[in-house]
Design a protein around this ligand. Structure first.
Ligand code: FES
Ligand SMILES: [Fe+2]
Length: 444
């Protein structure tokens, strides 16, 4: 990649091609359980924009701009009362749609007219799969709400989490599409110790996966095949959906039926990672809840909190316990005889690399002009090219063809099979990784 392309792809500032592209999609914004009726509002930053999420007395949640329209006081310190938030400075009150409900600082007679003249920016939101989603683009470009499996499961069948990763969004997404790293970064010397069931340890005899990628309307799916010591082929089939959604294959069994992730830029140096874990066969069990809370895989070990990024106002998020400031609690003795990194959790291992890769001097931007990509990086290359083309097209005034997210009826799988050709595997197991409503298209 050239330095120019690198910058173009990584930056999501308002008005940039990628910033505008992201504003054509529904994005996960905050998990539902963070928002309590009449409870504390949550400060968000998405695509460099300061926002405030809150749930009103009726239980409805919304996302508005973070600062009062009167004199820009931070509404976070306001009172969430009787279906609106009241600014702490002079008492103006706004509802979840940004309407001004009251201006107590002027004579009563003028209140009605005055409050109709002012409103806060509020974005359309939808609550699904344990997450409040937001659409931040132009009104006439609003795409249909995405039909991820994780947004469709019944209450109790899904578990959504989020946390801040201290890297540009692209570094996170690239790790997601990099199937080759599983055999190394996530290797445990004793396979049973591996918290990612079906992960690298079982297939350590082949760390050079053979990758077949097929582009689709939503992005692409690809199969990574490794030879297993049993003689079978170990397949991991993963989907990427524009611009930054992915599905992660897991072995069938008690745990980890399905999972997906999304990378929502905070600014150019930070990203919120969303992890969606869900089941279609039964509600999530207590043991699974424990596993999810343990930080062994995804999500990592977390503490709810707030953080100031540079000079900007604080945001409320989940902070990672193993992080760049403590070397991810790396233990060299664990590295000698337990796992390849000496770092405990799988996401902690990922972040250890993604948060401090080789950056362009003085920035937090990975210097992709210095990379040497090989065959196993095909998915990363294809994703970059596709997004660059979309971003450039938008900069020239051409909107994305199909608003992605319209109907993502797809699922990731991992599988042992005697089949060694991806298209044969895809045909045979179609029903397992394609939701019924899309089978016809995928068969073609
Ligand atoms: S700044 Fe909010 S009411 Fe004055
Ligand atoms: Fe990883």
């Amino acid at each position: 990649m050239t330095s120019e392309e690198n910058k173009l792809l990584a930056s999501t500032k308002p008005g940039t091609p990628m910033g505008e592209l992201f504003r054509r999609f529904w994005l996960p914004a905050v998990t539902s359980t963070e928002l309590v009726a009449d409870g504390s509002p949550v400060r968000l930053r998405i695509l460099h924009e300061d926002l405030l999420a809150f749930r009103d007395t009726n239980g409805d949640a919304g996302i508005i701009e973070a600062y009062c329209t009167h004199r820009l006081a931070p509404l976070y310190f306001g009172r969430n009362e009787e279906c609106g938030i009241r600014c702490p400075y002079h008492g103006w009150k706004f509802d979840i749609h940004g309407n001004c409900l009251d201006i107590p600082s002027i004579p009563k007679g003028n209140n009605e007219t005055a409050r109709k003249r002012v409103s806060l920016k509020a974005y359309p939101t939808r609550e699904a799969g344990g997450v409040l989603w937001v659409y931040m683009g132009p009104k006439d470009r609003e795409p249909p709400f995405p039909r991820f499996e994780s947004t469709l499961v019944a209450e109790g069948f899904g578990h959504a989490s989020r946390w801040i990763q201290r890297s540009n969004w692209l570094a996170g997404l690239e790790g997601e599409l990099d199937s080759a790293h599983i055999s190394w970064l996530h290797r445990y010397y004793a396979p049973e110790a591996n918290p990612i069931k079906g992960g690298g340890s079982e297939t350590v005899d082949d760390s050079a996966p053979d990758i077949t990628l097929r582009e689709t309307d939503y992005g692409f799916l690809y199969g990574a095949r490794r030879s297993h010591s049993s003689g079978a082929n170990y397949w991991r089939v993963t989907q990427w959906m524009v611009p930054m959604f992915s599905l992660i294959p897991r072995n069938a069994g008690e745990f980890c039926e399905g999972a997906g992730r999304a990378w929502v830029p905070i600014d150019d140096d930070n990203v919120t990672t969303f992890h969606f874990y869900y089941r279609t066969d039964r509600p999530i069990a207590e043991e699974e809840e424990k596993y999810l809370a343990s930080g062994q895989a995804f999500p990592p070990r977390l503490a709810k909190g707030s953080v100031r990024l540079g000079e900007a106002s604080p945001i409320d998020t989940f902070l990672t316990i193993a992080n760049l400031d403590n070397d991810y609690l790396m233990d060299r003795s664990l590295q000698a005889d337990f796992n390849f990194t000496g770092i405990w959790g799988a996401n902690e291992q990922d972040r250890a690399l993604q948060e401090s890769m080789g950056m362009v001097a003085g920035t937090r931007l990975v210097d992709r002009s210095r990379e040497h990509l090989v065959g196993s990086d095909e998915a990363i290359g294809k994703m970059r090219r596709r997004l660059l083309n979309m971003a450039k097209a938008m900069a020239e005034g051409r909107e994305p063809d199909e608003p992605a997210g319209a109907d993502f009826g797809v699922r990731a799988i991992s599988k042992m099979s005697e089949l060694s050709v991806f298209d044969e595997l895809r045909a045979r197991h179609l029903h397992e990784f394609v939701a019924p409503n899309r089978e016809a298209e995928h068969a073609g």
